[in-house]
Design a protein. Structure first.
Length: 204
């Protein structure tokens, strides 16, 4: 979707039921979805290969598990996109691809720290959609799927932070990276700020 390498998943999900969603909410979700799909594509192609390759033992196994999670998320988000109307306002694809490419670095410690910061930001985006008070409550399959992704991403944050810490990233540096990435993300997502507001997402 962002990186011109074709489909990244081989385990398609059944088309989800979104027919109970009010049209405005379905459109808002469709407008926000491209960012999440681009992020999962980035994780499948970059995170798995690069970070698993610089790790060993139990840590390598944990990271491979995360890479597998990201592939499953990408498949589910693809199924969700098929059940929604076409987006009518999205962040620019080139800008999204550039944002995710800037996370890549040969410095493994920094790479882990940036992944932790990104997944923390994704959790913040998904949490309002996955709560029991979600505006998407009329589509329980959607809420459940987004909730499962949010829980996975929270676990990924813990794993990536632990790896970054072992490689020398201090808690203070991690916090600074978290804040910087959230600011960048706010700029990137500005074209869909209205859609995010409708979904109850803080677009800070």
């Amino acid at each position: 979707m962002c990186f011109g390498v074709g489909r990244v998943v081989s385990q398609p999900f059944a088309v989800l039921n979104t027919t109970e969603l009010p049209p405005a909410l379905a459109q808002a979700l469709s407008n926000t979805l491209p960012f999440l799909r681009c992020g999962e594509e980035s994780a499948v192609h970059a995170f798995g290969r690069r970070l698993v390759g610089v790790s060993a033992g139990a840590e390598q196994g944990a990271l491979q598990g995360i890479a597998d999670d990201e592939a499953r998320h990408a498949a589910w988000l693809e199924a969700l996109a098929l059940a929604l109307p076409a987006p009518d306002a999205v962040p620019a694809t080139d800008a999204m691809a550039s944002f995710f490419r800037r996370l890549l670095t040969r410095d493994a410690a920094l790479h882990f720290a940036r992944i932790a910061a990104l997944d923390l930001a994704v959790c913040a985006l998904l949490a309002p959609l996955a709560s029991r008070r979600s505006v998407l409550a009329r589509a329980p399959e959607v809420v459940a799927g987004l909730g499962a992704i949010c829980r996975d991403e929270a676990r990924h944050v813990r794993v990536a932070r632990d790896c970054a810490g072992r490689l020398g990233v201090t808690a203070q540096r991690q916090h600074a990276l978290d804040l910087a990435l959230r600011r960048e993300l706010g700029v990137l997502l500005s074209p869909v700020r209205a859609s995010m507001a409708l979904l109850g997402i803080d677009g800070a």
